[in-house]
Write a protein that binds this ligand. Structure first.
Ligand SMILES: Nc1ncnc2c1ncn2[C@@H]1O[C@H](COP(=O)(O)OS(=O)(=O)O)[C@@H](OP(=O)(O)O)[C@H]1O
Ligand SMILES: Nc1ncnc2c1ncn2[C@@H]1O[C@H](COP(=O)(O)OP(=O)(O)O)[C@@H](O)[C@H]1O
Length: 192
């Protein structure tokens, strides 16, 4: 079974950037990979709104999509805020080989980055229920890794994520190493 690498954290923390780099790396290694980005998934599937119910429905749908990708033997990377503890608990219960990564960044840096203008819009009252500002973001207490993107370079952050993912894939590599050499040549084609 392939892993689900679930990147969570506030808007602008670096989920999409790191998820995209990881996908490129894994594809270069011959893995089949799907990146499900919360922002895009919402637009593609008509999920809108940021009430707790809206967000839970959205994360439930993302989890279902991740399960489908796993069933097809693809490594699935999810990048979504995933703000509430109960969402993450369901992920742990329902997703085999789930790896949770908290992409952490303090508000001071997020306000400086303000990549989508959301934080300045929230300060003017134009955006409501913004995670970490006017809506809850429960502290992730059981993440497999925490990446502080306001203190680490992009290269360092990426390396942490890549190493965690390689660990998650390790049992698969072990299983493949046990195969005869001729079969190992087929490695990129074998999805366990
Ligand atoms: N109020 C409010 N709160 C949070 N996010 C907001 C909001 N309004 C718009 N956006 C933008 O919508 C993207 C939604 O992120 P997610 O789908 O990952 O959120 S959630 O997990 O369903 O809570 C999120 O994407 P990222 O910036 O990639 O995190 C934001 O750009
Ligand atoms: N260490 C880092 N890791 C990830 N992104 C970083 C880092 N340092 C700076 N950034 C920048 O922060 C921004 C994060 O934006 P994005 O990846 O869209 O965040 P999110 O998907 O969480 O909303 C990008 O402009 C990225 O270049």
């Amino acid at each position: 079974m392939t892993p689900v690498i679930w990147l969570l954290g506030l808007s602008g923390s670096g989920k999409t950037t790191l998820g995209s780099l990881l996908r490129l790396y894994l594809e270069g290694q011959g893995q089949t990979v799907t990146l499900l980005d919360g922002d895009r998934f919402r637009r593609a599937h008509g999920f809108c709104g940021f009430t707790p119910e809206d967000r839970r429905r959205h994360i439930d749908a993302l989890r279902d999509a991740a399960l489908q990708e796993q069933a097809l033997g693809r490594v699935c990377i999810v990048a979504a805020i995933t703000p509430y503890a109960d969402m993450r608990r369901k992920n742990r219960e329902l997703l085999p080989r789930y790896r949770e990564v908290w992409v952490r960044c303090g508000l001071t840096t997020l306000l400086q980055r303000d990549t989508k203008g959301l934080y300045s819009a929230a300060a003017k009252g134009l955006v409501t229920r913004l995670s970490g500002v006017s809506d809850a973001f429960d502290t992730p207490r059981e993440a497999h890794a925490v990446i502080d993107t306001d203190r680490r370079t992009l290269a360092e952050s990426y390396e942490i994520l890549r190493d965690l993912t390689l660990n998650a894939l390790d049992w698969q590599n072990d299983a493949l190493r046990a195969l005869p050499p001729a079969a190992q040549a087929l490695r990129p084609c074998i999805a366990l």
